[in-house]
Write a protein that binds this ligand. Structure first.
Ligand SMILES: [Zn+2]
Length: 240
């Protein structure tokens, strides 16, 4: 389904997979392990060949977002791109939270065990993928990225926010690497002129500005809290 100019939501995947057709064919996120064939079928349906797919850029390494990537790389011309932190998670070189370990185990039992894989390149603030600027939005996970196209205000937000009905919410506290950091990231997104927010799960949300500002908290508040959290961490590190 086309949700913005040359931007499609791929049907039939559990996490949102966003397909961009121009200026190059690229995906943001890749669904769960086992979602690859649905993505390929949709590519063909919109007239893009598997050799046209140049990149799969990941918001983060959770299996609902990164799980389809290695299969898609084997079956297309795509390179996998992620932030350095998420690349380390995908490669199994960085531990994940207990909640995430449990999730992975359950997926394994359901026959969708995530593969570990090495990415082909890393991306960070200032880079661009398929006409979208990379925006670092840590919080839900430590290396989470969002992608923003400024000409028409399309934001691919991954799990930086949750959309619940008409509300835009920060990730649940148990589902973050750092809650204050997650809120600071949302405040950063609220400063962009977002016209259409495509979350990691659920339908796109039009004119999310006010909701993003609410979810990010009052201006400056979370930055202060984050600074205090980091001060404490630094003190602990020095004591060790
Ligand atoms: Zn996630």
């Amino acid at each position: 389904m086309e949700v913005a100019r040359d931007v499609h939501l791929v049907p039939g995947t559990l996490g949102n997979v966003v397909l961009v057709l121009k200026p190059q064919v690229a995906l943001f996120d890749s669904g769960l392990p086992g979602d690859g064939p649905a993505v390929l079928a949709y590519l063909e349906q919109v007239g893009a060949g598997r050799r046209d797919l140049s990149a799969i850029a990941l918001t983060h390494a959770d299996p609902g977002h990164a799980g389809g990537a290695p299969w898609l790389r084997r079956n297309t011309s795509a390179r996998i791109l992620a932030s350095p932190v998420e690349a380390a998670v995908a490669a199994g070189q960085r531990p994940v939270t207990t909640a995430r370990q449990v999730g992975r185990t359950l997926l394994g039992l359901a026959g969708r065990r995530p593969e570990t894989f090495a990415v082909d390149g890393t991306i960070a603030d200032g880079d661009e993928v398929a006409g979208f600027a990379v925006v670092s939005t840590p919080g839900h996970t430590a290396g989470h990225l969002s992608f923003f196209r400024s000409d028409d205000g399309v934001l691919v937000a991954g799990d930086a926010v949750r959309v619940a009905g008409l509300d835009i919410l920060a990730p649940a506290f148990w589902d973050t690497s750092s809650e204050p950091r997650a809120r600071v990231s949302i405040a950063r997104l609220a400063d962009l002129r977002v016209q259409l927010l495509i979350p990691g799960h659920g339908p796109p949300y039009r004119e999310p500005g006010a909701g993003l500002r609410r979810a990010g908290g009052p201006p400056g508040f979370m930055e202060e809290r984050l600074a205090r959290v980091e001060e404490r961490r630094e003190r602990r590190r020095r004591r060790r």
